[in-house]
Design a protein around this ligand. Structure first.
Ligand code: SF4
Length: 338
């Protein structure tokens, strides 16, 4: 299959139906042994220092891996992608724009999907057949998520990794399905995490720290039981059509749509504290104001740029946050005993 780069989660059912193999450029960037190298490629080409590292990383991957076609989301993801698209064109890469509708409306989504299918010379009927083929993968992602927050036998990082990878199913959905089935079998044999671990929600775009943040939280007696955007990428809940599936997906829409999903999950998953990750120079960081106003739980905002490991400064902030959760738990216990 011919590779097609994607800059975020897109209706991959249509891409697969058209005979393309979607390649999530973000996942290639962040799983590289040396992501700084990919950022450097972009900076040498002239990308400003105050441009988000993900955008620079995507550019670096395109150059290094000789990606010749990229589907760029122009509405519903990142304003920087529009200019990235122009630069990729300059470098001779074929770019195909895709715009999520302004509202999560199935009728408008149907039109956007039809348009994309037409551009790629396929049909929505063919994409719907792919949707059926992908169902077991999405069901397994849902199962893994449940094993994370309900059974406590899946780590926050495993949850992150498998849900975020659903954007392109690691470039081979059959293999994704086999490997995830195997992991779930292994997880079912594990002892659950101690019940006194603080339950953390991670909201916001995936961080540049990879497993570092998750591991550090665990070393401090806390674990992530909700990865907000990653779960959205996986779209694990069954829907009657492709248009419904992508309308239920909250990431491209208003922060208030995301909040409805987040607040319901915070309650359902009995979350003790929330970490909001924001990427330096990202417009989404402004949404922190709204989250802080709406979420009535202890809240820590972490900003990352191009340090791909947690710095000592960030570790201290995480420690102080967990310490605060610990003290608040003690106070509640004392109040209950009195
Ligand atoms: S982190 Fe923000 S600025 Fe960077 S690619 Fe994602 S949406 Fe764009």
């Amino acid at each position: 299959m011919k590779r097609i780069g994607i800059t975020t989660t897109v209706p991959i059912e249509i891409l697969l139906a058209a005979g393309y193999q979607p390649v999530d450029l973000n996942n290639i960037f962040i799983s590289d042994a040396n992501p700084e190298r990919l950022v450097n490629i972009a900076e040498k080409a002239g990308f400003p220092l105050n441009c988000c590292s993900w955008i620079k990383g995507i550019y670096g991957v395109c150059m290094e891996q000789k990606i010749d076609t990229v589907l760029c989301v122009t509405t519903g993801d990142c304003s920087n992608t529009v200019m990235l698209m122009e630069v990729l064109k300059l470098k001779g890469i074929k770019t195909i724009p895709f715009a999520f509708p302004a509202q999560p409306d199935p009728g408008q989504m149907q039109k956007a999907l039809e348009e994309l299918a037409k551009t790629l010379n396929t049909t929505l009927d063919a994409a719907d057949r792919v949707r059926e083929e992908l169902k077991p993968c999405r069901q397994l992602a849902l199962k893994l998520d449940g094993l994370t927050w309900q059974e406590g036998v899946v780590s926050g990082y495993e949850n992150h990794l498998w849900l975020v990878s659903a954007s392109d199913f690691n470039r081979d959905y059959r293999n994704y399905q086999r490997e995830l089935e195997e992991l779930i079998k292994q997880c079912l044999k594990r002892q659950p995490y101690p019940s006194d671990y603080h339950r953390i929600a991670y909201i916001g775009v995936p961080s540049v720290y990879g497993q570092d943040l998750y591991k550090y939280l665990e070393s401090q007696g806390a674990r992530v039981v909700f990865n907000e955007i990653q779960r959205q990428f996986a779209m694990p809940h069954p829907t009657p059509s492709l248009a419904e599936q992508y309308s239920r997906y909250t990431y491209p829409y208003s922060i208030y749509d995301r909040l409805k999903d987040i607040t319901a999950e915070l309650k359902r998953r009995r979350v003790d504290g929330v970490i909001h990750y924001v990427q330096a120079f990202c417009h989404r960081g402004i949404g922190d104001i709204i989250f802080r106003d709406a979420i009535k739980l202890p809240f820590l905002t972490l900003e990352g740029n191009d340090d791909f490991l947690l710095t000592q400064h960030l570790k201290t902030r995480v420690e102080a946050f967990i310490d605060m959760l610990q003290r608040s738990r003690r106070r509640t216990k004392i109040a209950e005993e009195v």
